[in-house]
Design a protein around this ligand. Structure first.
Ligand SMILES: [Zn+2]
Length: 439
């Protein structure tokens, strides 16, 4: 614990800009790690593990003690994205799914990769929380004495000459206005003009010294259990008063209880980095795609699961997708030349794929499938048991490998050979009976 405090202390009190030096060091460390790995030897699933477990953990220590400049964070993320996407060290880097999408939660179409900027902010907000909630830590006392002793935490400004960390604190503290509330007991610990305690509370700059000392306890009549409306209007105005009476829970005096600052998103009422991160990145749900299935299906091979995700995210280098990015590439299916190579054509409607499904263990007929892959996936798997789903996903994977063998190794597309390969896999890997749901 002592070590942690010292580390905060060092970061919070240094005026000279060591952040830049530290950031460059960080970037070097990341590059060194990446050159040590052969990304072409790993599947997407393997690379995803390294991204999550190793690469994204490198900046965490740095970010908890320094503010890493946005430009450096962008560079780090682009290095990591490049590692995730490229097949070999020489080939061009082409990301078929945006990094922002990859950073979404898995139920929302992403891979649950942590975004560095909001994560760094969430870490930093932990320090802000300690200051706001009047933590007893040594570094908090030192900061208070240095930056906001007279004015209070919420009134102090980021005047020139203060440390970059303090200036950042002032920029970040508004985040909490929306996300904290007070559990009022005596009301005497909350200064009505100096601490946010009702919605849309703002710092009142003109307040006199006397007005600043007024606490919530002065505005509440415990005898009648009601707000002192007249005094409150004089101090907060009509609008502020209405907000208090309509949305602030009245103080309750209980022996031994003090007013308490509550983080609104956890049961414990204390800010955590994890919750802060979730609030910072909360995104609207992507509708209409059954993302959650592919993560809930049991016993899938990791590389097959990531492959399914790429299929749903439309992130495979199919001719039709590549054509949208590089116009010189033909969108046509290289195997039959009859249609553009979009997902449903490649995996279902191409006559070779059609044969594999029909002859295969599941006996699927593709004639009446929806044109949209997500819908087709939902339709086909809804009545399958766990083993059938495994066979189904494995078949998609083998179709993809066979398609690539045609494209890059001049092999023939041989439905019979593909079916044999799948049957052999099923015999060694699937114990139960796979029913044929569409016969
Ligand atoms: Zn075709």
């Amino acid at each position: 614990m002592a070590e942690e405090e010292e580390k905060y202390l060092g970061a919070l009190l240094t005026k000279n800009n060591s952040a830049r030096r530290m950031s460059l060091l960080l970037l070097e460390r990341l590059k060194a790690k990446l050159t040590g790995w052969r990304s072409d030897m790993l599947s997407h699933a393997g690379r995803l593990v390294l991204v999550k477990a190793v690469l994204l953990s490198i900046p965490v220590f740095f970010m908890s003690v320094e503010i890493i400049p946005k430009g450096i964070i962008k560079q780090m993320e682009s290095l990591i994205a490049k590692f995730f996407w490229r097949k070999t060290d020489q080939s061009r880097y082409l990301s078929l799914v945006s990094w922002a999408r990859i950073c979404q939660a898995t139920d929302n179409g992403g891979l649950g990769v942590r975004q560095l900027q909001p994560f760094g902010d969430a870490l930093f907000l932990k320090l802000v929380w300690e200051m706001m909630s009047g933590s007893n830590k040594v570094w908090v006392h030192i900061c208070a004495g240095k930056y906001y002793h007279n004015l209070g935490f919420w009134r102090a400004s980021n005047v020139i000459g203060t440390s970059p960390t303090w200036r950042h604190t002032v920029r970040m503290r508004d985040f909490f206005k929306e996300n904290v509330k007070w559990q009022l007991a005596g009301g005497d610990k909350v200064q009505a003009l100096s601490q946010p305690w009702y919605p849309n509370w703002q710092v009142c700059v003109q307040a006199t010294w006397r007005e600043r000392k007024i606490t919530v306890a002065d505005l509440f009549d415990f005898a009648t259990n009601d707000w002192k409306r007249e005094q409150m209007v004089a101090l907060l105005g009509e609008e502020g008063t209405n907000q208090v009476t309509s949305s602030v829970k009245k103080p309750v005096q209980i022996q031994g209880m003090e007013d308490m600052l509550i983080w609104a998103h956890t049961r414990s009422g204390r800010y955590t980095v994890k919750d802060g991160y979730n609030v910072l990145v909360s995104n609207p749900q992507v509708q209409g795609v059954p993302w959650k299935y592919i993560w809930r299906w049991k016993n899938l091979i990791p590389k097959v699961r990531i492959f399914l995700w790429r299929l749903l995210a439309n992130g495979l280098p199919l001719a039709n997708n590549m054509h949208h990015r590089i116009h010189a590439i033909s969108p046509r299916c290289a195997r039959c030349q009859k249609e553009n190579e979009y997902t449903m054509h490649c995996f279902f409607f191409f006559h070779g794929s059609r044969m594999v499904w029909f002859m295969g263990n599941l006996g699927i007929r593709v004639e009446n499938l929806p044109m949209n892959f997500a819908e087709a996936l939902e339709y086909l798997t809804q009545s399958m048991n766990e083993d059938a789903i495994r066979v189904f996903c494995y078949t998609l994977w083998e179709l993809w490998l066979a398609r690539n063998a045609v494209a890059f190794q001049q092999k023939n597309f041989d439905p019979v050979a593909i079916c044999k390969k799948i049957t052999a896999w099923v015999e060694t890997n699937v114990q139960g009976e796979t029913q044929r749901p569409y016969e």
